[in-house]
Design a protein around this ligand. Structure first.
Ligand code: NI
Length: 174
């Protein structure tokens, strides 16, 4: 397994629409494994392939709480089959928007179909943090970040701060 560099916003690679995988073969499994390792290293609960520069519809999540055994999910071609009418507000962060958080409202429960790491079709129902996290990661596959769900004003503030941070890193003397 290998650690992959995580792309931070603003970056055009985070705005693409990722393409479906034909099947979960050894190459896709390798990407999934690398993404799980990268997510743990970054202390995240989810990661989508575009965040590591791969334009494939692949995400990994693990919402196990501290002290619980890891429960990584490796997901390809996720498809939300149903969303509850009930909405829930959660404070979201993103490894591509480091140190920024905002309250985002999303459907509280979803039903999801996807291909697992063995190329088997699976269907699950998710609620709570898992439902929020899955929707956040699936958004990444369509070029959406959590800031696209908040006000233009707040989004502008966060993206300008991140752009400034990037420029200062590039220009900083070594
Ligand atoms: Ni994210």
């Amino acid at each position: 397994m290998a650690l992959l560099p995580i792309i931070t916003a603003p970056d055009p690679r985070l705005k693409i629409k990722a393409r479906s995988v034909l099947e979960v073969d050894a190459k896709v499994r390798r990407l999934m494994d690398d993404m799980v390792e990268t997510m743990y290293q970054a202390i995240g609960v989810g990661l989508a392939a575009p965040q590591v520069g791969s334009a494939m519809r692949v995400v990994v999540v693990d919402v196990a709480r501290d002290g619980q055994p890891p429960q990584p999910m490796r997901i390809a071609n996720p498809e939300i089959l149903w969303r509850s009418e009930a909405m829930v507000l959660a404070n979201e962060g993103c490894l591509s928007l480091p140190e920024h958080y905002a309250d985002v409202e999303r459907p509280a429960e979803i039903r999801l179909r996807y291909l697992d790491h063995e190329n088997e079709i699976r269907e699950i129902e998710a609620k709570g943090m898992l439902a929020t996290c899955l929707q956040h990661e699936i958004d990444h596959l369509d070029g959406l970040l959590f800031v696209d769900h908040i006000s233009t004003l707040k989004r502008g503030i966060i993206l300008r701060k991140l752009a400034k941070l990037k420029r200062s890193r590039v220009l900083a003397p070594v």
